[in-house]
Write a protein that binds this ligand. Structure first.
Ligand code: UGA
Length: 443
């Protein structure tokens, strides 16, 4: 099957490379000339484990192409995916749909024949229908089918998530003349290689598919936030969050996933999608207060953790060197969007602390986003050098490997604030450290 993917961003690249790997012939349309040049030479512009290999494979087997010419791509395609960004619009929580609608206009103007147009970008309810309206009013001579196919890819795990989906959601236009039958047939064929006894294609209406994506992210953001608030309560009462989450997570109705406390959720999806859902729910006259509260708690948490550190250090802040391990919003990504480090570190820096920071993949992006005057270390040990305290903000596996002995050797002080609960307390306490985790009262 020949496919056009509009957008060489995160979703477009991962989905395009994976679809090429399962038998489709995929042309990714990217308008940015520098990015396009990189892609054509097989350079993957994002850090995503496994994507490089799929890229090389797709280019070698000639199943993956890149172009800036949408018309050329559409000539040979039966299906076109819209995978452009939907950032938060300035001055409100609404998703900015200008790129999606621009893509719909481009398709309408350049389509050489009938097409199935599938929205993969995360879009608010009603967007698919507006895309359909743009297509049919601009080109009444052609027949367009539309569908919504949201993605559930976690950064850092995206290839595995794509290749082993627990479900594939497909929203069909049940109001169209064929009630979405041809879209159903085409997408069933495309995704057939990924269907196993454990998962399935789930068909529904366009609006339901669009909402399913937001509901999934909002629910998970709420779950993480619940774990964070429970962690605070554990600290105040002498309970341990690991025990509590294990205790509730064994109930399959709850499950233990997404119950690890942290410095607040971040990334390009949870913050943006919770805001968009809250805003569109208010607009629809049915506010979702749980999500509005989740957003407020999460924003406040990042600031509160910074203030907690300031209180702990007290008057010595100007003479305190803090080693910071982890800058990205989570491990296995170079993504800094809405990372807790972006709220916490400026507050510490402003207060006068000396910060020695390190992240395995986020350093380049971090430099332009964090205040000037931070020391960017060569590696974790370099960051620890002569530090009075250690602050862990991202759960990179390589940090977990640091032994108490190494920490002792490189640090000047003996205070560790672990906001990702990487280590077992006993070994560090025995080595003479004061070790504070989230959700555990300090000994
Ligand atoms: C999320 C969803 O998990 C994907 O299913 C979805 O496709 C994607 O958004 C998207 O909409 O594109 P992602 O943003 O890559 O994926 O990150 P997650 O792994 O979900 O983590 C989100 C945030 O929650 C991170 O800041 C992470 O550190 C935090 N988190 C997650 C916790 O603090 N504790 C947990 O137990 C789990």
């Amino acid at each position: 099957m020949n496919i056009t993917m509009i957008g060489g961003g995160y979703v477009g690249l991962v989905s395009g490379a994976c679809l090429a790997a399962i038998g489709a012939s995929v042309t990714i349309v990217e308008r940015d000339p520098t990015r396009l040049a990189h892609l054509r030479h097989g350079h993957v512009p994002i850090y995503e484990p496994g994507l490089n290999t799929l890229f090389r494979q797709g280019l070698k087997q000639q199943t993956l192409y890149f172009t800036d010419n949408l018309h050329d791509a559409l000539i040979k395609s039966e299906v076109v995916f819209i995978a452009v960004g939907t950032p938060t619009r300035r001055g409100g929580g609404h998703a900015d749909l200008s790129y999606v609608y621009a893509a719909a206009h481009d398709i309408a103007h350049l389509a050489p024949h009938d097409l199935l147009v599938v929205t993969k970008s995360t879009v608010p309810v009603g967007t698919g229908r507006e895309v359909a309206r743009i297509l049919t009013t601009t080109r009444p001579d052609l027949r367009f089918h539309i569908a919504s196919n949201p993605e559930f890819l976690r950064e850092g795990n995206a290839i595995t998530d794509f290749m082993n989906p627990d479900r594939i959601i497909i929203g069909l236009d049940q109001q169209s003349s064929d009630q979405g039958k041809s879209a159903r047939t085409l997408l069933s064929t495309l995704y057939a290689p990924l269907i196993t006894a454990q998962n399935r294609l789930v068909f529904m209406g366009l609006e339901s598919a669009e909402l399913t994506k937001y509901a999934a992210n909002a629910f998970l953001a709420m779950k993480v936030t619940f774990a964070n608030e429970m962690a605070d309560l554990c600290e105040a009462t002498g309970a341990h969050i690991d025990d509590v989450t294990r205790g509730i997570g064994l109930d399959p109705r709850i499950s233990s996933d997404f119950l690890t406390p942290g410095p607040g959720y971040g990334g390009s999806c949870f913050p943006k999608d919770t805001r968009a859902l809250a805003t569109s729910a208010r607009k629809a006259g049915t506010p979702i207060q749980l999500i509005e509260t989740t957003i407020a708690i999460n924003d406040a948490r990042k600031r509160r953790l910074a203030e907690r550190i300031l209180t702990l250090i007290g008057n010595h802040i100007n003479t305190t060197t803090i080693a910071v391990l982890g800058l990205t919003f989570k491990a296995n990504t170079d993504d800094m969007r809405e990372a807790p480090s972006l709220t916490i570190l400026p507050i510490l820096h402003e207060a006068g602390a000396t910060l020695r920071v390190f992240d395995p993949h986020g350093m380049e992006q971090a430099r332009s986003l964090l205040p000037a005057g931070l020391f960017y270390a060569q590696n974790a040990l370099d960051a620890l050098h002569s530090a009075d305290m250690l602050l862990i903000l991202t759960e990179w596996p390589e940090f977990k490997e640091l032994s108490p002995l190494l920490l002792q050797k490189h640090m000047r002080g003996r205070l560790i604030l672990d906001y990702r609960n990487l280590w077992v307390a006993d070994a560090l306490l025995q080595a003479g450290f004061t070790y504070q985790q989230l959700g555990a009262s300090s000994p």
